[in-house]
Design a protein around this ligand. Structure first.
Ligand code: KG4
Ligand code: ZN
Length: 311
């Protein structure tokens, strides 16, 4: 069975074709057409513009994906219906409807979680992206409980905003990682670790950006190292606490921020069974949408929901 998946929840136009047979899957093609250059001058994603770009890109990306996969028969179409930017989600859903195939609606966060192809449950999942920071108890595929999430900015959003303050461009996560690597030694700067000692599993990252704004920045590399470490410290502390409280030893990491090498390294030291995607599948892609769709049935009258929750 072949699934063609479409992902347009933010600023990447993505289409992938995956072949599923028995318990195996093979990626026949995966195209990610980034709009980064376009949004760079705004320092972030501009939804109306992103929607127009998706509409322009989708037919071209489809042709590329089909060609790369050698024009296979498509049995089902999967599409992200949320969470994400409403106009962008509509672009994907409307395009899916033109393809004349049964359509499976997919939750973007579940895609980030299932791209890892987890097999052992219960597991804990930490999804860290530009739009979300959620700690999710995974009882089984399709059975989730959000234990905690950010009360303001997502971890990736914080990195993007700090990068903007420091003039490092957009998107910020990778730029901050690269700059942080240039700082050797111990930082003398001490940024807050918001909510780190609170008993709940929630996060808050908007204060960090404000602290950077008011700190006397002399060495940008040092600020990057410290802000990255502050985020990692909070994410690790809260995740480990949740895993202990629920007696779970498997952790699934996902979302754009999980591409961060320092974060992966530090989590690896703390967690026995760590499941992390190949960095190219950490950031938005359509393979993750096909993998999540595999467990679901097609539906009629599909509509996006910008605030869709995993449970
Ligand atoms: O999952 P994603 O591609 O899109 C959303 O669903 O939001 O995540 C994008 C986020 C951005 O905030 C970006 O700065 C961050 O992931 N990101 C990174 C890295 N690569 C992307 N953050 C830290 N280190 C990276 N290497
Ligand atoms: Zn994402």
């Amino acid at each position: 069975m072949n699934i063609l998946a479409i992902e347009t929840s933010c600023d990447d136009t993505c289409i992938a074709i995956i072949n599923f047979s028995k318990n195996k899957h093979k990626v026949l093609s995966s195209i990610v057409s980034s709009q980064v250059e376009l949004h760079r001058k705004y320092g972030g994603v501009y939804p109306a513009l992103a929607k127009r770009e998706h509409e322009k890109n989708l037919p071209l990306v489809l042709e590329k994906a089909l060609k790369k996969a050698k024009y296979p028969k498509i049995d089902k179409v999967a599409v992200t219906i949320g969470p994400g930017l409403d106009p962008c989600l509509w672009a994907g859903v409307n395009f899916a409807k033109t393809l004349d195939c049964p359509i499976i609606p997919v939750n973007h966060i579940e895609g980030h979680l299932l791209v890892n192809n987890p097999k052992k449950f219960p597991a804990m999942a930490l999804i860290v992206s530009g739009g979300h920071t959620q700690l999710i108890l995974v009882k089984a595929i399709g059975k989730y409980k959000i234990l905690g999430e950010t009360r303001d900015d997502a971890a990736g959003e914080c990195l993007d905003k700090v990068a903007r303050i420091l003039g490092l461009g957009y998107p910020g996560g990778e730029a901050i990682y690269k700059k942080a690597k240039l700082f050797k030694g111990k930082t003398t700067l001490s940024l807050p670790r918001p909510m780190i000692n609170q008993k709940n599993y929630d996060f808050s990252f908007s204060g960090l950006k404000t602290s950077v704004l008011y700190s006397k920045v002399e060495n940008k590399a040092e600020v990057c190292k410290e802000v990255q470490q502050a985020i990692i410290d909070v994410l690790i502390k809260k995740t480990i606490k949740a895993m202990k409280d629920y007696r779970i030893d498997t952790l699934i990491l996902g979302g754009g921020v999980s591409a961060n090498k320092e974060l992966r390294k530090q989590f690896k030291k703390q967690v026995k069974n760590l499941i992390v995607p190949d960095p190219k599948f950490s950031t938005d892609n359509a393979v993750m949408i096909a993998l999540a769709a595999y467990y679901k049935k097609p539906k009629k009258n599909i509509k996006p929901d910008a605030n869709l929750r995993i449970c």
